[in-house]
Design a protein around this ligand. Structure first.
Ligand code: DGL
Length: 280
């Protein structure tokens, strides 16, 4: 499949005016789009939410890789100039392959979060919370080890945070109860920095902060990923020359209950152009 993918996409022409492609298992990746829109308002963004196959975080590596390849193929057909894998689970297991195969720059969300965390920590003790798929892939562990042999890290899957965020239970008793149960062991490790290694977790920031206490800094990948993309486009002379704010087009493979409410809470603005598409 990889070779066919390569041949099909290699010949496409990209220019500074081409859009940026972003995909995620669902709507959580809109937290990354929110920062991209803030930092790069002239860039047209095509966002694909693979809602028909949500969640990725409990699926096998093979299945997440297959879905990621299909999402990338869909966006490549739309002549994107760069691809952002906004999903931590997909970034963890599919980034290397996609970066090798695709003829455009491919950004993951793990590296920017790790670099930000290492720049933030003072005591070199970093916690990482994420889905099962992300934790089991050891993507964060490997990225931390590669950049800082002295840093100690503590990993913890927090699967219930995803449905809580989707239900809009962002604070209050239930969110804080779940946070206390998941985070108490990691709090005991005396970390001073906690990576929110899942698209949905930034929405639960206040409950997480309450449980972790004021001394622990929370890091998520949205802002550092947007900064990284901006630097990369600048270097390659691919920044959009558009003088106005560019459109955001959202594609989804299925609709879910409370779609607009959830999407808008992640994106921080109204969902305008949303199109249902088939991505096999
Ligand atoms: N987007 C996923 C992630 O960041 C969370 C939701 C899912 O499990 O698909 O890992």
């Amino acid at each position: 499949m990889a070779t066919r993918f390569h041949k099909k996409t290699k010949a496409l022409q990209r220019s500074a005016g081409s859009p940026i492609g972003v995909f995620d298992s669902g709507l959580g990746g809109l937290t990354v789009v929110r920062e991209l829109r803030r930092l790069l308002p002239s860039e047209e963004i095509l966002y694909l939410g693979d809602l028909a196959h949500l969640p990725y975080g409990t699926k096998s590596t093979g299945e997440i890789r297959r879905r990621s390849a299909e999402c990338a193929r869909f966006l490549m057909k739309k002549k994107i100039k760069a691809l952002v894998i906004a999903c931590n689970s997909a970034s963890s297991v599919a980034h290397k392959d996609l970066a090798r195969i695709l003829p455009v720059p491919v950004l993951d969300v793990i590296t920017p979060a790790v670099e930000e965390a290492l720049a933030t920590t003072r005591n070199q003790r970093v916690g990482v919370i994420a889905t099962y798929a992300t934790i089991e892939s050891r993507s964060y562990a490997k990225a931390l080890e590669a950049r800082s042999p002295e840093a100690q890290y503590f990993l913890k899957p927090c699967p219930l945070f995803v449905p809580l965020a989707e239900e809009g239970w962002l604070d209050g008793k239930i969110a804080e109860g779940a946070a206390e149960k998941y985070l108490a062991p990691i709090r005991r490790k005396q970390i001073d920095t906690l990576i929110l290694g899942c698209t949905h977790y930034p929405l639960l920031k206040s409950a997480i902060a309450k449980v972790m206490g004021p001394k622990v800094r929370l890091v998520d990948s949205a802002i550092p990923t947007a900064l990284r993309l901006k630097t990369l486009l600048q270097k390659k002379g691919l920044l959009s020359p558009r003088p106005r704010r560019a459109p955001l087009k959202i594609f989804v493979t299925d609709y879910v209950r409370n779609f607009a409410r959830i999407g808008e809470s992640f994106l921080g603005e109204k969902l305008k152009t949303v199109k249902l598409v088939k991505v096999p």
